[in-house]
Design a binder for this molecule. Structure first.
Ligand code: SF4
Length: 399
């Protein structure tokens, strides 16, 4: 008998198909008939068994079909095809702003283990969530992400590092998040771990678990207390409030609402009051129109107007809202060299699709480069680098 177990995959039978759920939110299907050609097939929650004389053949077949499935994942929330980025995928974790690790040569590092979001804020600057126009998602193998981070941490020679788990999307959708935080916490150079979340997937147990794992700070992007239009109809605002109250007693919580002129003025007032009630810091963000982001208004507040209005709110609520003089201490550190320069022309192999149509990710010099306007989706392509700063690389396809 051949039997293979997969810890991260849950199997279920439906209409003679095997539905496999990977890391809670990704799905692929296996044709059961393919397996039955080899012998009687039994599907368990985390394993597949085939009663057969040729154990090796059956084991190879199961592994092959699961591997094919992992290459054809669908995100159950966004319904988008998803690339699983793992150690053997040949996809570097440095180079794109969409996934992996972003290091701008300071003690602050950004980690992006996943894309996609479970809600739908009308102001989303990265166009994530249920109405997103992106056509591809990514999820990174935890061990691969941690190993690459560890190498970078050792290279930087800085003992005051802070890591921001700040994906284009909601980090609590990342199933191995607790493990990732535990692993990062084990590195003595990392002093703080911040989670940027919408809070919808928090529970009291989750807050306790994450805190025990080493999470020190949560930034909660709560931009409305009552108006369901602002963060999307599926967003349970009462739940977020309850979680904010609980988290405020467990770790450093900051409320980070986005203030959109004439859209959530009243809500901002209520959120300031709420921050006082639960005694946490509030860092209001000025809404800015981002190319590619969602735009509930075309009007931005000037920074002057924004700080004037913050001052009025400070007086009204007797609370500190402006932290211009209290910016966190930024320490300059070593950073990996950016191996390409603007206008450089190169050829590289496509390793996976990009997040938008006609976008591809290529690999060159251990970097992932986003190539736009590409009319090819496999093989080697020629491109010209149009942006190269702090290892964030963007290139244009050359015909
Ligand atoms: S929670 Fe963040 S990522 Fe999700 S839709 Fe809102 S702004 Fe975008």
């Amino acid at each position: 008998m051949a039997s293979i177990e997969y810890e991260d995959i849950e199997f279920e039978e439906k209409d003679n198909k095997i539905i496999a759920t990977f890391l809670d939110i990704y799905e692929f299907t296996i044709n059961k008939e393919e397996l039955e050609k080899l012998g009687e097939c039994k599907i368990n929650k985390h394993s597949i068994e085939i009663t057969t004389q040729s154990e090796e053949k059956a084991t190879n077949k199961i592994n092959f079909l699961v591997e094919c499935g992992l290459n054809q994942l669908t995100n159950k929330i966004s319904k988008q095809p998803t690339t699983y980025i793992h150690r053997l995928s040949n996809i570097p974790l440095i180079g794109t702003p969409s996934f992996g690790i972003v290091d701008k040569g300071t003690n602050f590092l950004e980690i992006k283990p996943i894309t996609s979001c479970n809600i739908d804020c009308i102001y989303c600057s990265v166009d994530e969530g249920l109405s997103s126009k992106k056509t591809r998602d990514y999820v990174i193998e935890e061990e691969y992400l941690f190993d690459e981070l560890k190498k970078l941490v050792e290279f930087k020679e800085c003992d005051e590092l802070e890591v921001y788990i700040n994906p284009n999307g909601e980090p609590l959708l990342y199933q191995p998040l607790t493990k990732l935080i535990q692993d990062m916490h084990s590195l003595k150079q990392i002093k703080k771990i911040h989670l940027i979340t919408n809070g919808t997937l928090l529970s009291k147990e989750k807050i306790d678990t994450l805190t025990e794992a080493g999470l020190t700070n949560i930034s909660l992007s709560l931009s409305s207390l009552n108006n369901k239009e602002i963060m999307g109809k599926t967003c349970n605002l009462d739940h977020i409030k309850e979680m904010a109250e609980y988290a405020s007693k467990k770790l450093n919580l900051t409320l980070t609402p986005v203030w959109i002129p004439k859209v959530n003025d009243e809500e901002i007032d209520k959120i300031v009051q709420f921050s006082k009630e639960i005694n946490v810091k509030i860092a209001i963000q000025n809404f800015l129109v981002h190319k590619g982001g969602r735009k509930p208004t075309k009007k931005e507040k000037s920074w002057e107007e924004f700080y004037e209005q913050l001052e009025e709110l400070e007086k009204k609520h007797d609370v500190k809202l402006s932290f211009q003089e209290e910016q966190p201490k930024i320490i300059k550190t070593k950073e990996y060299e950016t191996p390409f320069k603007k206008n450089e022309v190169l050829e590289a192999r496509i390793v996976c699709p990009g997040r938008k149509p006609k976008e591809q990710i290529v690999r060159a010099m251990h970097r992932a480069i986003t190539v736009i306007d590409s009319n090819r989706n496999s093989g080697k392509i020629k491109m010209k680098i149009v942006r190269a700063a702090h290892n964030i690389l963007l290139a244009k396809f050359c015909r």
